[in-house]
Design a binder for this molecule. Sequence first.
Ligand code: NAD
Length: 463
Amino acid sequence: MPDRYLSFTRTAPGRFLTRRLGLPQPAALHRWSPDRPVLDGPLLHLTAGPSAVDLAPVLARTGLTVATRRSEGTAGAAPAVAARRPEGTAVDPAGGAARPAAVVLDATGVRDVGTLAGVHAALHPVVRSVTPSGRIVVLGAPLDPADHHQSAAQQALEGFTRSLGKEIGGGRTVNLVRLTDAGAAESTLRFLLSPRSAYVSGQVIDVLAAAGPVPPADPGRPLAGRTALVTGAARGIGAAVAETLARDGARVVVLDVPQAAQDARRLADRLGGAALTLDITAADAGERIAAELPGRLDVLIHNAGVTRDRRLVNMPAERWSSVLDVNLASVLRTTDALLAKGTLRPGGRIVATASIAGLAGNAGQTNYGASKAGIVGLVRSLAPRALAEHGVTVNAVAPGFIETRMTAAVPLLIREAGRRMNSLAQGGLPVDVAETTAWLADPASGAVNGQVVRVCGQSLLGA
Ligand code: NAD
C-alpha cells in the first residue's frame, strides 16, 4: 500500500500546501545504496568535558573526513579545532565551511551537572548546520551506581538525545551510545554514522567492553564465510533481511511455511542460498534446522511473526495461542534446541524480532503485544548466559511502522497515524530493519549484547 501522502509532499503543490497548512513534511531519507554508501559530508568530532575513550582511530575508519573540536564545558568558550584528513580524502574540515553530515559528541567524561554545560556548548553552535539526513551520535558512559552525580549527568544525556531527535527534523537522526571501549563500539558507530541507520533514531545502545580481540572491520562483506538462517523470509521484512545478509557475504537459508515454499525457493535461488520449508511452530523445528545445518550456523534471525488482532473481550483462545506460539514459544523452543545442540557456532549471533507494540502496547493487540514483550524478556535474560556459555550474542530489533503486507492490512486511519507518528513522519522500509539486523549480526558486533533496538523513526509510542 503506497504512502500517497509522502509522494504528494514530494510534488511542488504538495510541498506548498503542506507547508501552508503546517502538516508533516517527511524528508527523503538517505538510505544505503551502492552509489551512495556513505554520508554526504564530513564528520565533526566534539568533546564535552574530559574524554574517557580514544575515538580517533575508530572515527578515522568511518570513511568520513573527521574534524575535531574540544569544548571544556563552558558555554561560549571558543572551541579548539583540529582537522584530520584520513586516507585519500580531501575535504574542508567541518570547522570551516563544509556542513557536517555527522556529529559525534563525546560526553563519556561527563560526571556532573556542571560538565553537562559542555553538551550545550558543543552542539548549540553546530546543530543547525548538520546536513539533511545527517547523524548525531552522543557518546556516554555506563551509569556508575556508586556515584549519583555521574548517574544523573549520564542519564541526562538520554533525555537530551531523545528530545533533540524529536525536534531536529530533516531526516536527521540522534542516538546515544554508552561505551567504555571505543574499539568494541566500532561496528556500532559505523552503523549509526552511515546511511544504513536511516530509520533508527532516539535509541540508547549499551556497548560492553570487548571480551576478546575484535575482528577487523570489513565494511564490504563482513559475513563472508558465515551461514545465516532467517525465519519467515519468503516476503516482507524477512526477505529484506535475507537479501541484506547475502549482500554482506552470508550464505542464507530462507525458512518459511509450506504455503510460501515457492517464494522462499525463488529468493534462495537468487541469493545463492537454500530454502527450508518448515512451520516454525512444529515441535521438532529446532531439530530439523539442526539436521539441515549440523554445527554450522552463525546467524539465527527469528523474524517469522503473525498478528490476529481483536480486543481482549472478543478474542477467542485460539487467536491468543496462535500468536503466542509463532511469535514467542517457537522462538524459545528453537533457540533452546539450537544452543543445546551446538548448532550455533561460537561467535554466533541471534537476533529476534520484537515490536514497539511489545514496548508501548497497542489496542487490539494484547496477544501480539504480550508475545513481543516476551521477546524482550527472553533477550535480556538469555544474552549474558548465551555469551558466557556459547559465545553467542542475543539481541532484538523492535520495528515500528514498517511498510509491508502486515501493515497494508491495517485500517486506513490507523495506518496513516502509524506512518506519521514518529520523528521522521513516515513509515520505515523492510530494508531499515534488515540493515539494523545486519549490524547486530556482524562478527565485529560481539560487544553488543542484550540490546533491544527500535527501528521506528523514533515513534511517539513508548520510550
Ligand atoms: P509478513 O506477514 O509480511 O511476513 C511474515 C513471514 O513470516 C511470512 O512470510 C510468513 O509466511 C512467515 N511465517 C508466519 N508464520 C510462520 C511460521 N509458523 N513458520 C514459518 N514462517 C512463518 O510480516 P512482516 O511485516 O514482514 O513482519 C516480520 C516480523 O516483523 C514479524 O515478526 C512482525 O511481527 C515484526 N514486525 C513487523 C512490523 C511491521 O510494521 N511490518 C512492526 C513490528 C514488528
